[in-house]
Ligand binder design. Structure first.
Ligand SMILES: NC(=O)c1ccc[n+]([C@@H]2O[C@H](COP(=O)([O-])OP(=O)(O)OC[C@H]3O[C@@H](n4cnc5c(N)ncnc54)[C@H](O)[C@@H]3O)[C@@H](O)[C@H]2O)c1
Length: 432
């Protein structure tokens, strides 16, 4: 099938590349002329494992191309995807201006029937608004359908998630686009849930909020485990092996961040409020997440006492492993808090250093260190802020020799406390 994806970011680019990989012809549109030029010249604007090869292969085969023109993309396609940002506003509600702008641009470009599919994460009833908007701005007599098809990919595993989804949700307000949506997803081996548009939109917010809830549950348990001298990893493992619960998303640590969970949670609380329901459960999920960072900083302060002029190595800037994304990253938040107390930071990350520089400008007190094994040099403490597997291969003997005081604060429970003790570190983690 011929597809157009409007918005070539984390979701749009990976979706476009994976659709091309299974044989569709895809044109990706982006308003950022620099991004389009970079992609046309063979560059990849984001780090995502496996993405570069898929993009290269499909550009070479002629199935994947890039343009700055929505009209060109819409003209060339049977199905038009919207994958633009839906950022949070100060009150937690969603900024819908990108979606509205794309709806108008698509409307102005319509000359014949198209299926317009929303992949961005949006409040319930957005499909109705997009339909109204397109109707208002499209030429008279042109027909279209709006479909909700939320995306569940995880950054860092996006190509795999797109190629092997758990399920595909298709929300429609008429039967007409269903056959095309099924054909589009036929190459993927996953159940397709066809439902109404409002339910499809709610599925996305309900799912992300539930995953955030699981993380906050584990973090609340970590507080109890710290106080009781128990081990949160043992507790969550013992719980999670009950297949009604599951072991995933039960990792205690610095809390969740990134461009999705915090914003989707705020959005869902706000949407619920608008619909007359005070979602207190989710407010507590937010609060537990915020408290977790405060508690971790306090743990560092309780040990190091005064942070001013302390040298602290920080491993991890990305919001999680396998990505260069630093949007709402707990690691960045932690660095900002430590810097505010006057600590001198030596930071490193396998992929996110360039993007982090916009939020944590390099200076004499904010040193970016390329060699991860050298981050601890001369430091009073080393902090693990992101769960990159690479950090488990750290040269700990070298770190210990080079540190002023051998103290590790492990915000992601990457290391074994007994092994750290054996190596001679003062080691503090979360809930263990
Ligand atoms: N990042 C994720 O892990 C993830 C997962 C699932 C769902 N989502 C949702 O998908 C949506 C997109 O997220 P993202 O992370 O890919 O965002 P992103 O910021 O990485 O990419 C969005 C892209 O849209 C482009 N854009 C903005 N306005 C445009 C316009 N009028 N025409 C063409 N291009 C335009 C931007 O230049 C940018 O390249 C959001 O609603 C997000 O909540 C994200």
């Amino acid at each position: 099938m011929r597809l157009c994806i409007i918005g070539t970011g984390y979701v749009g680019l990976v979706t476009g590349a994976c659709f091309a990989e299974v044989g569709h012809t895809v044109v990706c549109v982006d308003a950022d002329a620099k991004k389009v030029a970079l992609l046309r010249n063979g560059g990849i604007p984001i780090y995502e494992p496996g993405l570069e090869e898929v993009v290269r292969r499909n550009v070479a085969s002629g199935r994947l191309s890039f343009t700055g023109s929505t009209a060109e993309g819409v003209a060339a396609s049977e199905v038009v995807f919207i994958a633009v940002p839906t950022p949070p506003q100060a009150d937690g509600s969603v900024d819908m201006s990108y979606i509205e702008a794309v709806a108008r641009e698509v409307a102005a470009s319509l000359t014949a029937y198209r299926i317009i599919v929303d992949k961005s994460t949006v409040p319930v009833k957005t499909g109705e608004k997009v339909t109204e908007t397109i109707k208002r701005y499209c030429p008279a007599g042109v027909d279209f359908d709006v479909v909700s098809n939320p995306e569940f990919l995880r950054e860092g595993f996006a190509v795999d998630d797109l190629m092997k989804p758990d399920r595909i949700v298709v929300g429609v307000s008429s039967p007409r686009p269903v056959a095309a949506m099924r054909e589009l997803y036929a190459p993927f081996d996953a159940p397709v849930i066809v439902t109404d548009t409002n339910s499809a939109e709610l599925i996305k917010h309900a799912a992300n909020s539930f995953l955030a809830l699981k993380i906050s549950y584990a973090n609340a348990l970590s507080v109890i485990c710290d106080a009781a001298g128990a081990n949160v990893q043992e507790v969550t493992r013992g719980m999670g092996l009950d297949n009604r619960i599951g072991t995933r998303f039960l990792n205690a640590g610095l809390g969740f961040g990134g461009s999705c969970f915090p914003k989707d949670l705020s959005a869902f609380i706000h949407i619920s409020e608008q619909l007359g329901y005070d979602f207190r459960l989710l407010k507590e999920v937010q609060q537990i997440n915020a408290d977790q960072m405060v508690r971790f900083v306090k743990k560092i302060q309780d040990t190091l006492w005064v942070l001013k002029d302390k040298r602290i190595g920080v491993l991890g800037l990305a919001f999680k492993q396998n990505t260069d994304d630093v949007r709402t990253s707990p690691a960045i938040d932690l660095c900002q808090r430590l810097a505010k107390e006057g600590a001198h930071l030596r930071v490193s990350d396998p992929q996110a250093m360039e993007k982090a520089k916009a939020l944590l400008p390099p200076s004499a007190a904010m040193e970016y260190v390329d060699d991860m094994d050298a981050v601890a040099e001369g430091c009073d403490a080393l902090v693990i802020a992101t769960e990159w597997p690479r950090f488990t291969q750290l040269d700990l003997a070298r770190a210990k020799r080079s540190m002023r005081t051998p103290i590790i604060f492990d915000g992601r429970n990457l290391f074994d406390p007994a092994e750290m003790k054996r190596l001679g570190f003062i080691y503090k983690s979360v809930g263990r």
